[in-house]
Design a protein around this ligand. Structure first.
Ligand code: KG4
Ligand code: ZN
Length: 342
């Protein structure tokens, strides 16, 4: 059977990255991301500035995605966009742009949930390289700046949350620890780099004791903050002299919590395929330690390519493709949501 190719233009604008991608069925043809340097000096994302930057970037980013994919607008089958969760002002830009372009081109629109898309980043195929993908059901640890979730994925479009953070997200903990150390935003990648030459056992911090598969990181963050504050009283250069060990130790604390819960959840649910997703899944130590934990427990691990861990429109495109196959189109009345009721 020779099926028609489905070309989707996908738009992601939920936080501080403006991204557009073109997919052809499950294959990614282009994925353009414009980051926003402006937030660095503020130590976190400033929503108002993010919305303005999306407004400036969205047209050139979309043009570039179409150009790089070597297609024209008339080849498109649908336009997809992130509906939420995220910053409302940022989402408004992407949602309105996608709706207007779809009206002009007479195309259907597809709304995509950002968290579902992070998970489905594990299914993105690239031209000339077949990537193996997990079988259903599998367990996914989604770790981003705003979320930390353990989900059981039943099929491409349905998943069940079995655990989540009751306070800070894993990425937020990386970012807050980095801020305490006087590092820039986002702190996760900086801590990752510094930790590569540090001793992960140099310092230990409070471990959370949370039932079942929920997570908590606020106690760890406070313990880190108080430890640094106390050490600075006797040695004003404490951070400077121990930066790599501090980065490696806080990173080790965060990833140990994530791995312990993930393996326990997989065992309890009789699942032996695990995927990781979201910005923190770019963390090199998490990737290595999760692989070891999976090997030790005879489980198979799936990790998206680095480019599809942090926010990107490729993951919106692949999710939209599965929705397209089921005729799940949105109406022009659709509006974004900042948080999703679960
Ligand atoms: O998924 P994402 O791009 O945006 C959200 O949906 O939140 O995740 C961003 C988060 C930030 O907290 C960032 O510090 C973290 O992912 N992150 C990392 C790494 N790269 C990004 N955390 C640890 N190690 C990394 N290499
Ligand atoms: Zn994200």
């Amino acid at each position: 059977m020779n099926q028609k190719n489905i070309y989707i233009l996908a738009i992601e604008s939920s936080c501080d990255d403006t991204s557009a991608a073109i997919t052809c069925n499950e294959t990614l043809l282009s994925n353009i991301i414009a980051g926003q340097q402006i937030h660095m000096e503020y130590g976190g994302v400033v929503p108002e500035l993010a919305s303005r930057a999306h407004q400036q970037n969205i047209v050139p980013v979309t043009d570039a995605a179409i150009r790089h994919a070597n297609i024209s607008k008339k080849d498109l089958s649908a336009i997809a966009f992130t509906r939420g969760p995220g910053l409302l002002g940022s989402l408004m830009v992407g949602v309105s742009f996608a709706k207007a372009l779809a009206l002009a081109l007479n195309l259907p629109i597809i709304e995509v949930d950002h968290m579902q898309a992070h998970i489905l980043a594990n299914f993105i195929q690239e031209p000339n390289a077949i990537k193996s993908t997990p079988n259903f059901p599998f367990l996914c640890l989604t770790v981003s700046g705003g979320h930390t979730q353990l989900t059981i994925i039943e099929d491409h479009l349905s998943y069940r949350i079995i655990g989540k953070t009751i306070d800070d997200a894993a990425g937020e903990t990386f970012d807050k620890a980095a801020k305490i150390l006087g590092l820039q935003y986002p702190g996760g990648p900086i801590i990752d780099k510094l930790a590569s030459t540090g001793n992960p056992s140099a310092f230990t911090f409070a471990k959370p004791n949370i039932a079942a598969f929920d997570f908590s990181f606020s106690g760890l963050k406070t313990s880190f903050l108080y430890f640094i504050r106390d050490m600075l009283k006797t040695d004003p250069d404490f951070i400077l002299n121990n930066l790599n060990d501090l980065a490696a130790s806080i990173q080790n604390s965060i990833i140990s919590i994530l791995i312990k819960k993930t393996i326990a959840a997989a065992k309890q649910n009789g699942i032996n395929q695990i995927a990781i997703a979201g910005g923190v899944s770019a963390n090199s130590a998490l990737r290595i330690a999760m692989q070891k934990a999976c090997d030790d427990n005879k489980m198979q691990l799936f990790i998206p390519s680095f480019s599809y861990t942090t926010d990107n429109a490729a993951m919106i495109g692949i999710t939209a493709y599965y929705k397209y196959l089921r005729n799940e189109f949105a109406s022009q009345m659709v509006s974004p949501y900042s948080t999703k009721k679960t």
